[in-house]
Design a protein around this ligand. Structure first.
Ligand code: FAD
Length: 402
């Protein structure tokens, strides 16, 4: 699968990324992680800290899958609102899941503070605005649910939005407890941490198939070597759908851009994260080197040729939408733009845990617009399932949920 095309901004923020060798011999370990993106690297952080003998392989260079297409917004709120979660799963499960996401944003800050180089994690407020007057009532109900469960959120009227931003909207939710980060640096810094603690990492090493021999798993590589292990974690992102198709998973395509460095962010309160109630939604943030990152305009097809054929046009449209919101930031230009495959689920929850026909294997699929946060939630669950055999919240996100 070609997961992304275009010019990726994050590569230029780490000009000399860490390089790992190809696997050229047969090896063994306790736990094999397949996939060196955010999911694999977050899992590796917990496993090596627990002293588990771990190996990671990736068929590409590490952090060259969807993780380098990530725009780096960390929201506790999901594409599926708390109201909607509660309608689908009931009040207890919906609210519990939202709190797990809130804690995951905080846990990411805690983890990044322990790494040797910073993935530019910065706490930011978030503005979630009503795209049209008809969305105000839903926003009001969402505000009431979020307030009931103690989430740090304020309801803003049009004049209160206009006081803070260079635009006004019919209403908005303004929340604390969110953040921005650099996904490429996050994966590299996590993997350096795990590598220094003894994890073996092999890049450009593709797993083609595996068998169970007694209670041992044997994973075979495209080069003809094998890895013998007791347990394995599939952190293989959207491409997992080629290994095992899940009815709940939906693949599509999305677009993103990064502007040139800008002298100021007039009319942009606290350089907050910004997104909206429309679906697909426009979303934006700023970067540590004073650029704007924007994304959205998703299409339902995940055909790579079709996706890529729209890139230039979509990037122009995105820039226009950003410029319309911030007319006081003149002369924005596109310096980077990319198209990427994107994955979410029908019910709005990630897919985390075990699946039939894959004994001793675990899957960490943080599908959703909030993918990093969902992956963070999942990394802790997978760690506990692998090391302790249980996690009290695992049933909320497992493959067999109702
Ligand atoms: C345009 C875009 C913007 C996004 N923005 C945000 C955002 O702002 N905030 C947010 O939270 N989320 C965002 N996301 C979602 C986020 O990017 C994903 O949730 C996250 O990157 C998934 O990480 P991953 O490790 O699961 O997948 P990947 O990064 O794709 O890693 C999987 C790895 O597995 C490897 N692999 C696959 N099969 C094999 C095999 N057989 N053998 C060996 N290796 C294999 C691949 O090479 C790949 O490197 C965005 C996604 C897109 C597309």
């Amino acid at each position: 699968m070609n997961l992304k095309t275009g010019s990726l901004f994050w590569f230029d923020t780490l000009p000399s990324p860490f390089v790992y060798p190809k696997l050229t011999k047969d090896i063994q370990c306790d736990v094999l992680i397949i996939g060196g993106g955010e999911a694999g690297s977050l899992c590796s952080f917990y496993l090596v800290n627990s002293g588990v003998d771990t190996v990671m392989v990736d068929k590409r260079k590490v952090a060259h899958g969807s993780s380098c297409a990530n725009t780096g917004l960390l929201h506790f709120a999901n594409d599926k609102s708390l109201t909607s979660m509660i309608n689908t799963f009931g009040e207890d499960r919906g609210a519990r899941f939202y709190w797990m996401c809130k804690q995951a944003v905080e846990e990411l800050q805690h983890i990044t503070s322990q790494l040797e180089f910073s993935p530019d994690y910065i706490q930011r407020p978030s503005l979630y605005f009503a795209s049209q007057p008809g969305d105000v009532q839903c926003l009001q109900i969402e505000y009431e649910w979020l307030s009931k469960y103690g989430f740090p959120v304020t309801f803003l009227q049009p004049d209160e939005i206009a006081e803070r931003y260079s635009f006004s909207k019919p209403a908005a939710l303004y929340s604390e407890g969110n953040a921005e980060f650099n996904p490429f640096k996050l994966v590299h810094s996590l993997l350096q941490h795990a590598h220094r603690k003894g994890m073996r990492i092999y890049a450009e090493t593709e797993i083609t198939h595996h068998i169970l021999e007694g209670d041992t798993l044997l994973f075979f590589t495209a080069e003809g070597n094998y890895i013998r292990c007791k347990k394995a974690i599939f952190a293989t992102g959207y491409e997992t759908q080629q290994i095992k198709r899940n009815k709940n998973a939906v693949l599509s395509s999305s677009y993103a851009l990064v502007t040139q460095q800008l002298p100021s962010f007039t009319g942009w309160h606290e350089r907050s994260l910004v997104w909206e109630t429309a679906r697909p939604y426009l979303y934006l943030r700023t970067t540590v080197d004073n650029r704007i990152v924007a994304g959205g305009l998703d299409i339902t097809s995940y055909d790579e040729q079709e996706r890529d054929s729209h890139l230039q046009h979509k990037a122009k449209l995105l820039l226009q939408q950003v410029q319309d919101l911030f007319p006081s930031i003149p002369d924005m230009r596109i310096e980077y733009s990319w198209a990427a495959t994107f994955g979410e689920t029908h019910d709005g929850l990630p897919l985390i845990g075990t699946q039939p026909d894959f004994p001793q294997c675990y899957f960490l699929l943080g599908y959703g617009g909030n993918g990093t946060v969902l992956t963070m939630v999942g990394a802790q669950i997978i760690h506990d399932l692998v090391v302790k055999g249980f996690h009290t919240d695992a049933h909320l996100v497992d493959f067999a949920r109702v």
